[in-house]
Every structure is written in C-alpha cells, then in structure tokens.
Design a protein around this ligand. Structure first.
Ligand SMILES: [Mn+2]
Length: 285
C-alpha cells in the first residue's frame, strides 16, 4: 500500500470534496443534508486535518470507517503519529505534551490523563489505526477530468511526478516512522504557494497532468483559486461569522459552496476550458 490513493469515477452518485474539518462532524452532517447527500451513492473526500480544535475529533476521525468517506492526511494527523510511541506507553515528555497542546489535541490529552490503561490502549490503538490508513494524495477519477486532493501544497508542478515520489515510500513505513521527511512534509505543511497567491506576487500557475488540485491547511475567508489550484479551508471549527465549511461538488463544473456560520452560503462555479476560467457566483445569503 502506498501513500497515493486513486478513486475511480463514481458511477452512481456525486463526489464532494470538503475543507479541513478539525472535529466538525456535526457541521459536515448538517451541510451534507442540505445537499441531499446519499451515503449509498455519493462520496466525501476530505482535505485532511480531521482532528483537533473542534467539538468532535474522534467522531470525525471515525468517519474513515464509513464506506463513503475518504481523506488525505493533514499535519495534525502527522503530529499525533510523531508522538505515537510516547502516547502508547504513556510516557509523554513535557515538550511532547506542549507540542500536542499547541496543535489543539486536548481531546486526546484528556483521555491520556483520565482513562484506565486498558481503555487508553483501546483508544490510542484505534486512533493510530485510523490515521495509519490515510494516504497523502488522492486522485478522483482518471484522464484529463481527474481531480487531485492534497492537504497543503504540491512540491512539484506535475501531478504524476508527485505521485512517483510518494510511491517510493510504503504507507506503513511512513506512519511508523517519527522522522521528518522533507520531501513529503511540503504536502502537509506548505503555505508558500497560497501566501504567494494571496499576496498577488506571480502570474497564475497550474499543475500539469490533472484538471484541478484541491487543498486546505490555510484558513482564508473564502476559497482561493489560482490556475487550477484551489484552497478551501474556511475554518469550519471556528464558530465566528466569516468562518465555515467549504464543500466542492465535482462535475463538469466545479461548484464550490462556502457555508458560513452567519449562516450565509456563497457558491462559486468554476468552468475550466483550456486556460480560461469563469467564476460565477450564483447564490449569496
Ligand atoms: Mn493543516
């Protein structure tokens, strides 16, 4: 098993790509209801960071057990894995605990402190089993209409070259290791591309060999597009107005709806024909 996962085109229903959930399973369920989501036919692909900050990290991570739910890993899942041995043995150092606290992992630390050994064993085993099945890149569909999903950003400007690099590392090895891997860390931690886009520094750039690349990781007030790259972390766990969960329906057009806590909804539709994009806002409020 490698860190790349391909999902064949969904013959029966729709595919939705959702932004960083950070424990926001209840909000996801509410928004999926609004889109008449069918667990028998439709699928959800998440951009990672299922855990930390929000109200139900464990419940959100457990979505990975649903046949309709898929996710790439984010840096928050990676940090838990970095401390897996110390967590399992209940031997966290002060520095390790501080690292987890800074990541918003109070949900896990509370159980670490409170649970009896057998219950803690069950919990940390379940958490690590779920995290260790997560890939770092997902491709939905194949051919020129395929859509790529990654947590932060791609280090190489060719989709297949990024896959080739990932495929050198076995999934089991990656999740068992606690060493940083600079070649792969950009996928989980990188912000330089989205910052460049927000600062308007460069002409638009696209990733070759894929129709769209969808990522999260950096909270923006609304989804940000540059070339065929789209960042959709609108801060679902943060209940203030102007934050919310973005959901992308994959189809001939890319329908991107940002559901704010206000609770307004803004929908953009992106049509890609050659190098021309048309963004149509078709609903506000
Ligand atoms: Mn992140």
């Amino acid at each position: 098993m490698t860190l790349f996962k391909q999902l064949l085109k969904n013959p029966r229903g729709r595919d939705f790509i959702v932004g960083d959930l950070h424990g926001s399973r209840p909000l996801l369920e509410k928004i999926l209801d609004k889109h008449d989501f069918s667990p028998e036919r439709d699928r959800v692909i998440a951009v990672g960071d299922l855990i930390d900050y929000g109200e139900d990290s464990l419940g959100t991570l457990r979505l990975l057990g649903e046949p309709w739910f898929f996710s790439v890993a984010g840096n928050h899942e990676r940090v838990i894995a970095n401390h897996r041995d110390a967590l399992a043995e209940r031997q966290l150092s002060k520095a390790q605990r501080a690292d987890l606290e800074a990541m918003g992992s109070a949900w896990l630390l509370e159980s670490y402190d409170k649970l009896k050994d057998d219950k803690w064993d069950d919990l940390i085993t379940e958490v690590m089993n779920l995290i260790s099945q997560m890939p770092l890149m997902i491709q939905v569909g194949n051919g020129p209409a395929a859509v790529g999903v990654v947590h932060a950003e791609l280090p190489l400007w060719d989709w297949d070259q990024n896959i080739a690099r990932l495929e050198r590392v076995k999934k089991m090895t990656y999740w068992a290791s606690t060493k940083a891997d600079p070649q792969l860390d950009t996928l989980l931690w990188g912000r330089s591309q989205v910052h460049e886009v927000l600062e308007g520094k460069r002409p638009e750039r696209s990733v070759r060999g894929i129709d769209w690349v969808i990522a999260g990781h950096t909270i923006t007030g609304q989804p940000v597009r540059d070339g065929n790259r789209l960042w959709i972390d609108c801060g679902a766990w943060d209940e203030r107005p102007g934050r919310g969960l973005a959901l992308v329906e994959v189809g001939d057009t890319l329908a991107v709806s940002a559901h704010y806590h206000d609770p307004s909804v803004r929908t953009h539709r992106f049509v890609r024909r050659g190098h021309h994009f048309h963004s149509v806002i078709d609903a506000t409020g």
